[in-house]
Unconditional design. Structure first.
Length: 225
């Protein structure tokens, strides 16, 4: 998958917008593809996400040429969910992996701004241990943002019901999103996307100039020999 991404990226004239992370990001290409086309199809966007990747895997990708020669304007980063769900790492260790990725991206794409996402809620119940761990990780990684080169945005609440349980129409069970979930994600980050890729302004058609209505005096004047 890594090599395929490299090959596909080279086929693009340029890449202005990067999405990177694990399966949640990877599945923009399948479950979220229609939302992707509608929101990012014209923005020279590329999805480097790979199913199952932990922070160490994404870091390796960056250190082995993933973005060499690329000059994106914006990088949307959602990573750490696999660490939370499938490793025994502490919140501090997971956050440390996220910080290493941010540092590597800033070294290799210094002109880009990173939109760092809080990890999405992975379990139905708010009392679930993984939900508690996600909250702890997000609290730490939020401190990595400076509001300029790294922007932090936690949209996890948008996937929840009022009682704190997961909205099954967006995340049915554990971590992965439905098409509606991808629409929620896209809508939530659209204001930030618009800062870097302003929507085209559609000008209203100009009404044809109207000739002035002739007055009685002007009619007599025009008839005067």
């Amino acid at each position: 998958m890594f090599q395929k991404n490299l090959d596909d990226a080279k086929k693009m004239p340029k890449i202005d917008l990067i999405f990177d992370g694990d399966s949640i990001t990877d599945f923009w290409a399948t479950t979220g593809v229609e939302v992707w086309k509608a929101h990012y199809g014209s923005l020279n966007a590329f999805d480097f996400g790979i199913w199952g990747d932990q922070t160490k895997h994404l870091l390796w990708r960056l250190q082995n040429g993933q973005v060499d020669g690329l000059h994106p304007k914006l990088i949307v980063l959602h990573v750490g969910a696999t660490n939370v769900c499938y490793t025994a790492q502490t919140p501090e260790q997971i956050a440390g992996g996220v910080k290493a990725i941010i540092d590597e991206y800033r070294k290799r794409c210094p002109e880009a701004v990173i939109l760092l996402q809080g990890i999405f809620p992975p379990d139905p119940l708010p009392t679930a241990p993984r939900r508690i761990k996600v909250k702890a990780v997000n609290q730490i990684i939020s401190s990595f943002a400076d509001g300029k080169r790294v922007i932090y945005l936690d949209i996890g609440d948008k996937f929840l019901q009022p009682d704190g349980t997961l909205n099954a129409e967006a995340i049915p069970g554990y971590a992965h999103l439905t098409p509606k979930g991808y629409q929620i994600w896209a809508d939530a980050i659209q204001p930030t996307i618009d800062q870097f890729f302003p929507p085209a302004t559609v000008l209203a058609p100009t009404a044809p100039a109207q000739s002035p209505i002739p007055t009685l005096a002007s009619l007599f004047k025009s008839l005067k020999l």
